[in-house]
Design a binder for this molecule. Structure first.
Ligand SMILES: [Zn+2]
Length: 138
Protein backbone atom coordinates (compact mmCIF):
# COMPACT_ATOMS: atom_id res chain seq x y z
CA UNK A 1 0.00 0.00 0.00
CA UNK A 2 1.42 3.36 -0.94
CA UNK A 3 0.43 6.80 0.22
CA UNK A 4 -1.60 7.49 -2.87
CA UNK A 5 -4.34 5.14 -1.66
CA UNK A 6 -5.41 7.92 0.69
CA UNK A 7 -6.31 10.12 -2.24
CA UNK A 8 -9.37 10.00 -4.44
CA UNK A 9 -8.42 8.07 -7.58
CA UNK A 10 -10.44 10.30 -9.87
CA UNK A 11 -8.83 13.66 -9.05
CA UNK A 12 -5.72 12.56 -7.09
CA UNK A 13 -6.14 15.70 -4.99
CA UNK A 14 -8.79 15.22 -2.30
CA UNK A 15 -9.46 12.55 0.29
CA UNK A 16 -12.36 10.18 -0.32
CA UNK A 17 -15.22 10.45 2.15
CA UNK A 18 -17.89 8.02 3.28
CA UNK A 19 -21.08 8.45 1.29
CA UNK A 20 -19.34 9.68 -1.86
CA UNK A 21 -18.30 6.22 -3.06
CA UNK A 22 -18.96 5.21 -6.61
CA UNK A 23 -21.07 2.08 -6.43
CA UNK A 24 -19.98 -0.11 -9.29
CA UNK A 25 -21.64 -3.36 -10.32
CA UNK A 26 -19.38 -6.15 -11.46
CA UNK A 27 -20.51 -9.22 -13.34
CA UNK A 28 -19.02 -12.64 -13.75
CA UNK A 29 -20.27 -15.34 -16.04
CA UNK A 30 -21.07 -18.65 -14.45
CA UNK A 31 -20.06 -21.52 -16.65
CA UNK A 32 -23.02 -23.76 -17.47
CA UNK A 33 -22.75 -27.13 -15.75
CA UNK A 34 -24.35 -28.99 -18.61
CA UNK A 35 -23.60 -28.00 -22.20
CA UNK A 36 -26.73 -29.78 -23.47
CA UNK A 37 -29.17 -27.36 -21.82
CA UNK A 38 -30.51 -24.40 -23.76
CA UNK A 39 -27.87 -21.73 -23.89
CA UNK A 40 -28.62 -19.13 -21.29
CA UNK A 41 -26.28 -16.58 -19.85
CA UNK A 42 -25.95 -16.89 -16.14
CA UNK A 43 -23.87 -14.47 -14.21
CA UNK A 44 -23.21 -13.46 -10.66
CA UNK A 45 -23.20 -9.84 -9.62
CA UNK A 46 -21.24 -7.94 -7.04
CA UNK A 47 -21.36 -4.35 -5.84
CA UNK A 48 -18.03 -2.65 -5.22
CA UNK A 49 -17.67 0.66 -3.40
CA UNK A 50 -15.00 2.72 -5.08
CA UNK A 51 -13.68 5.45 -2.76
CA UNK A 52 -14.35 8.92 -4.10
CA UNK A 53 -14.22 12.49 -2.83
CA UNK A 54 -17.39 14.63 -2.66
CA UNK A 55 -16.11 16.95 -5.40
CA UNK A 56 -15.72 14.12 -7.89
CA UNK A 57 -19.08 12.64 -6.87
CA UNK A 58 -20.68 16.00 -7.62
CA UNK A 59 -18.84 16.40 -10.93
CA UNK A 60 -19.73 12.87 -12.04
CA UNK A 61 -23.39 13.57 -11.29
CA UNK A 62 -23.13 16.86 -13.17
CA UNK A 63 -21.49 15.12 -16.10
CA UNK A 64 -24.22 12.49 -16.15
CA UNK A 65 -26.89 15.20 -16.26
CA UNK A 66 -24.96 16.98 -19.02
CA UNK A 67 -25.02 13.73 -20.95
CA UNK A 68 -28.69 12.79 -20.51
CA UNK A 69 -30.30 16.20 -20.85
CA UNK A 70 -29.37 16.90 -24.51
CA UNK A 71 -30.28 13.29 -25.35
CA UNK A 72 -33.73 13.64 -23.77
CA UNK A 73 -34.23 17.05 -25.37
CA UNK A 74 -33.13 15.71 -28.75
CA UNK A 75 -35.61 12.88 -28.40
CA UNK A 76 -38.45 15.23 -27.51
CA UNK A 77 -37.63 17.62 -30.35
CA UNK A 78 -37.27 14.74 -32.80
CA UNK A 79 -40.43 12.95 -31.65
CA UNK A 80 -42.86 14.66 -34.12
CA UNK A 81 -40.52 13.57 -36.93
CA UNK A 82 -41.21 9.91 -36.08
CA UNK A 83 -38.28 7.52 -36.59
CA UNK A 84 -36.02 9.79 -38.73
CA UNK A 85 -36.72 12.66 -36.33
CA UNK A 86 -35.80 10.54 -33.34
CA UNK A 87 -32.61 9.34 -34.99
CA UNK A 88 -31.53 12.87 -35.90
CA UNK A 89 -32.68 14.46 -32.63
CA UNK A 90 -31.35 11.63 -30.51
CA UNK A 91 -28.09 11.46 -32.42
CA UNK A 92 -27.49 15.19 -32.09
CA UNK A 93 -28.43 15.05 -28.41
CA UNK A 94 -26.03 12.16 -27.86
CA UNK A 95 -23.21 14.05 -29.54
CA UNK A 96 -23.85 17.27 -27.59
CA UNK A 97 -24.23 15.39 -24.31
CA UNK A 98 -21.08 13.37 -24.86
CA UNK A 99 -19.03 16.47 -25.69
CA UNK A 100 -20.50 18.46 -22.82
CA UNK A 101 -19.82 15.72 -20.26
CA UNK A 102 -16.27 15.34 -21.50
CA UNK A 103 -15.69 19.08 -21.19
CA UNK A 104 -16.89 19.18 -17.58
CA UNK A 105 -14.56 16.36 -16.55
CA UNK A 106 -11.65 17.68 -18.58
CA UNK A 107 -11.97 21.20 -17.23
CA UNK A 108 -11.79 19.84 -13.69
CA UNK A 109 -9.13 17.28 -14.66
CA UNK A 110 -10.84 14.31 -13.10
CA UNK A 111 -11.17 10.81 -14.51
CA UNK A 112 -14.62 9.87 -15.80
CA UNK A 113 -16.70 7.16 -14.09
CA UNK A 114 -17.11 5.26 -17.36
CA UNK A 115 -16.25 1.58 -17.77
CA UNK A 116 -13.32 2.41 -20.04
CA UNK A 117 -11.92 4.70 -17.39
CA UNK A 118 -12.55 2.30 -14.50
CA UNK A 119 -10.70 -0.51 -16.27
CA UNK A 120 -7.53 1.21 -15.09
CA UNK A 121 -8.61 1.43 -11.45
CA UNK A 122 -6.21 -0.51 -9.19
CA UNK A 123 -9.05 -1.62 -6.91
CA UNK A 124 -10.86 -3.27 -9.81
CA UNK A 125 -7.77 -4.73 -11.49
CA UNK A 126 -7.79 -7.77 -9.18
CA UNK A 127 -11.45 -8.46 -9.85
CA UNK A 128 -11.01 -8.04 -13.61
CA UNK A 129 -8.10 -10.45 -13.58
CA UNK A 130 -10.32 -12.84 -11.67
CA UNK A 131 -12.89 -12.95 -14.46
CA UNK A 132 -15.23 -10.17 -13.34
CA UNK A 133 -16.37 -7.66 -15.93
CA UNK A 134 -17.70 -4.11 -15.76
CA UNK A 135 -20.65 -4.53 -18.08
CA UNK A 136 -23.53 -6.96 -18.04
CA UNK A 137 -22.78 -10.07 -20.13
CA UNK A 138 -24.84 -10.12 -23.33
ZN1 LIG B 1 -11.84 13.30 -6.29
Amino acid sequence: MDMDTNLCWFCERNSPTAGSELKKRLYRLIQPRNAVVVKQLKYSMMLVDIPRCPTCARLHAKGRRAFWWPLAMGGIIGLPGAVPGLIIGGGLGLLIGYTWQKRILKKNTIKPASDTSLEAHPLLAGFLADGWQLSKPT
